[in-house]
Design a binder for this molecule. Sequence first.
Ligand SMILES: *[C@@H]1O[C@H](CO)[C@@H](O)[C@H](O)[C@H]1NC(C)=O
Ligand SMILES: *[C@@H]1O[C@H](CO)[C@@H](O)[C@H](O)[C@H]1NC(C)=O
Length: 130
Amino acid sequence: MRLQLLIFVLFANLVISRKHYKGRKYDLTLFVRNHNVSDATFFRLVGVDNTADFNVSAGNTFEHTFEVRRKGFWTLFVEFPGDRYAKSPRKIISRDSYRKWVMEVYYYPGAVGFSEWHKLSRRGEMHIHG
Ligand SMILES: *[C@@H]1O[C@H](CO)[C@@H](O)[C@H](O)[C@H]1NC(C)=O
Ligand SMILES: *[C@@H]1O[C@H](CO)[C@@H](O)[C@H](O)[C@H]1NC(C)=O
């Protein structure tokens, strides 16, 4: 009888801790640094259970902290007048990965240039690629 109770308690703990682990939230902070895109109507970040629409003018950086529960893809869209848009390469970010990522955005005639998502440096500065 005591053994059965012990086994039940162990099992219950296992189930609870698994649930807790799966549902654990974490913060992911993404930065979009707009170098020289001036005619976008808006920007949209789409990721795991999250969507953020925002405006960021040329020369400025958008920053947003998302609450995330699992690993998944993150993509940036830049929307232009007339239903035109540009889509960044997707990046997989997992819970165990780094928590702060930056993407740089450039405008070229008829095209948008996206950097890779890269880590925010320890000093908090943005690396500028390209
Ligand atoms: C972005 O700017 C446009 C034009 O000023 C505005 O219509 C739109 O609501 C803004 N979007 C967001 C998400 O702030
Ligand atoms: C935007 O910046 C990039 C990188 O400096 C440059 O190559 C490009 O020509 C610029 N675009 C415009 C439209 O000035």
